[in-house]
Design a protein around this ligand. Structure first.
Ligand SMILES: [Zn+2]
Length: 344
């Protein structure tokens, strides 16, 4: 018998669904062509059909433990409703969890996408075996999730871990949340592009202007490519990015004193361009980090090895490990599958 659950990633343009055994083995993963733009009811129907297909298929060999759904936005856990979601217009103030439970007649857990990504990395990724950790997801914005004792720390109603809206610059750039100077205005893909546009407008960065006209997909990745080729304007952008990410992490380390902070999301692949400044700033601003930093935080070892060796570096002396995520976009799928198991 292999008990299993189903995880759903409702994040991007496609809908991804995975059946995962209770010991973390991927049984099947499907990507539906369902377009989120076709609207809430269409998406919910297609999602429920696919969950039912998978649960029927694997119920022959094990018990279906429920479905977890990772959604981009602020969720009210007690009611199972979305309070705010930029990517899912029309889903707010609608009983999402109750509707899906009614369709499936099974336990359904609705979670913030960054929270399930944190749970996935803790269960099967970079922080496997590390009970207390947090994930900082660097994408268009910044997401965050905290796992304590192997479970998501929800706060009062599921809104904990909004790391992207921690202030890093009191009089800084306006943020979509209504505040200004938020971390995601300084250390995200959007922030990289804002800095690139500023550099183009100032007339300083001719290499950016050239890339912008010749590359139809000119974006944060193009700036990263220029940085690793030694372009000084691009390198300056990643130094600033690393510095602000370091300020955010210093606050998180000071407050939470967790064993591990995992840096995920698409922009984390630019690690070598921003990490040196990130660690420098972190060490300067966090007395907790300075007291618990591994000897060589940037060492080239794989994140899993680094985590293990840092925790055993000196017997009894625990280290704060800051490392890259391992599961990529699957972290959220695995974490979403894990959520209903923990809730039960
Ligand atoms: Zn904000």
């Amino acid at each position: 018998m292999t008990d299993f659950s189903i995880g759903v990633d409702l994040g991007g343009t496609n809908l991804r669904i995975a059946a995962v055994s209770s010991d973390g083995e991927l049984l099947e993963k499907v990507t539906l062509g369902t377009k989120v733009v076709l609207g809430r009811d269409h998406v919910i129907n297609e999602m429920c059909d696919a969950i039912q297909r998978l649960s029927a298929k694997y119920s022959a060999s094990g018990k279906f433990l429920g479905a977890g759904i990772g959604v981009p936005g602020i969720i009210d856990m007690p009611t199972g409703m979305l309070r705010k979601s930029a990517n899912l217009p029309g889903w707010e103030e609608y009983p999402v969890r109750a509707e899906i439970e009614r369709h499936l007649n099974a336990r359904v857990v609705l979670e913030n996408d960054a929270n399930v990504a944190a749970l996935g990395e803790q269960w099967l990724g970079a922080a496997r075996g590390v009970p207390n950790m947090a994930v900082v997801t660097l994408g268009t914005g910044i997401g965050g999730g905290i796992v304590l004792g192997g479970k998501i720390w929800h706060g009062m109603n599921g809104m904990a871990g909004e790391f992207g809206h921690v202030t890093v610059e009191p009089e800084g750039w306006q943020c979509g949340c209504g505040s200004h100077g938020c971390a995601e205005q300084y250390a995200s893909a959007s922030a990289i592009m804002r800095m690139a546009r500023e550099a183009i407008a100032s007339g300083e960065a001719r290499s950016f202007a050239q890339a912008a006209t010749s590359d139809p997909e000119f974006g944060a990745k193009s700036i990263y490519n220029l940085a690793i080729q030694g372009d000084e304007n691009a390198r300056r952008i990643f130094r600033s990015f690393g510095r602000y990410l370091g300020i955010l992490l210093a606050d998180l380390v000071n407050v939470l004193n967790l064993d591990m902070f995992v840096i995920g999301g698409g922009v984390s692949s630019a690690w070598d361009a921003f990490a040196p400044n990130m660690f420098e700033e972190l060490r300067e601003r966090s007395l907790v980090y300075a007291a618990t930093a591994p000897k060589d935080p940037l060492s080239a070892k794989s994140p899993e090895e680094e985590g293990a060796s840092a925790q055993t570096e000196s017997r009894g002396e625990r280290k704060t490990v800051i490392t890259r995520a391992l599961l990529g976009s699957d972290a959220g799928l695995y974490g979403a599958a894990r959520a209903p198991v923990l809730a039960g």
